[in-house]
Design a protein around this ligand. Structure first.
Ligand SMILES: Cc1cc2nc3c(=O)[nH]c(=O)nc-3n(C[C@H](O)[C@H](O)[C@H](O)COP(=O)(O)OP(=O)(O)OC[C@H]3O[C@@H](n4cnc5c(N)ncnc54)[C@H](O)[C@@H]3O)c2cc1C
Length: 287
């Protein structure tokens, strides 16, 4: 459980981090909260020879309202998000989902940018970011980019990040009126990672008809995935229990389930219908 030797660098600014990464190339990694990177280094699944710490860069940790958008700095910790009134007022699923991540120590140190960059298939934040249709803002040797969450999560631990790019910010559009959101997961009892999770964001009109739905399944597959068939089965309908159950029954549609010691493909497929039913029901109640 001791990592291989590495050199530690403190980045003073985002530009400095990018320059250090260019200098040390493929052997270097950015360090945020360290709660995914350091365990993999201790297991020697990752052996970077240089770590570039983003933790001392001022100005990467914030939650701001900017017009119709809420912007969150990449180094904002889970606990800061969990305690934010701006987040609670706009995106109920975020503090709800974050409160179930790991333990207090993980929530104290883990960052939204680190979780999104790492893109662990069993992580909670990527699914919530995707369900909220957020935008990921990056900076790298070729300048800044904005990437929609729909285009960001590519495959198992694989994102649209280019070599040397730093995530600087996550942008969330404020929800339309009568929008509610919720997060549900079947958690691994030891780590609290999602065996299967569901993030749901539901918008209704004045008569209770669903006008927009964003439903994402996590943990069941190699990456967080929009349950498009579920979304389509919700829009245009009044969300009573039967409609929600029928829609949720499509959640496993098109998902290539993973299997491990925590659950078989069949078990995950079954749970992939249970979690959305619960999440959609609560999101609709909040809408
Ligand atoms: C015991 C334990 C239990 C956990 N349980 C859960 C759980 O229930 N649910 C859950 O979702 N997660 C869980 N986690 C993981 C945790 O959420 C991590 O903190 C998170 O996945 C990574 O965020 P970090 O800030 O620690 O990133 P780090 O570990 O520092 O970095 C992770 C990766 O992202 C890269 N990176 C970091 N920041 C940036 C950036 N700004 N730009 C570009 N690349 C970057 C790093 O180079 C590294 O490759 C658990 C972790 C532990 C140790």
């Amino acid at each position: 459980m001791i990592p291989a030797e590495f050199e530690y660098h403190v980045a003073q600014s985002v530009d400095d981090a990018i320059a250090l990464m260019q200098q040390h190339g493929n052997d270097a990694k950015f360090l945020a909260g360290g709660h995914s990177l350091l365990p993999t280094m201790k297991l020697r699944m990752a052996q970077p020879t240089h770590l570039i710490d983003l933790g001392r860069i001022t100005g990467l940790s914030y939650i701001r309202e900017v017009g119709d958008t809420v912007t969150v700095g990449a180094m904002t910790t889970y606990v800061t998000l969990q305690r934010s009134d701006i987040i609670a007022q706009n995106f109920a699923l975020l503090p709800e989902g974050i409160s179930e991540i790991g333990d207090q120590q993980v929530r104290n140190r883990g960052t939204i940018g680190g979780s999104v960059a790492h893109s662990d298939p069993a992580a909670d934040t990527p699914g919530m970011v995707l369900a909220l249709r957020a935008t990921i803002v990056t900076r790298g040797p070729d300048g800044a980019r904005t990437i929609s969450a729909d285009n960001f999560f590519k495959d198992l631990f694989e994102t649209d990040l280019k070599p040397g790019e730093v995530i600087t910010e996550i942008r969330f559009a404020k929800p339309a009126p009568r929008t509610g959101s919720a997060y549900e997961k079947l958690a691994n009892k030891a780590s609290h990672y999602a065996v299967v999770g569901c993030a749901a964001v539901i918008t209704q009109d004045g008569s209770g008809v669903c006008t927009a739905a964003s439903v994402v399944i996590t943990g069941a597959s190699v990456k967080p995935t929009r349950a498009s068939a579920v979304e389509a089965a919700l829009v245009g309908k009044k969300l009573d229990a039967a409609t929600i159950a029928e829609a949720a029954s499509h959640a496993a549609h098109g998902l290539e389930m993973v299997a491990d010691i925590h659950g078989s493909k069949e078990y995950r497929a079954q749970m992939a219908t249970v979690m959305p039913k619960r999440a959609i029901t609560r999101a609709a109640e909040r809408a």
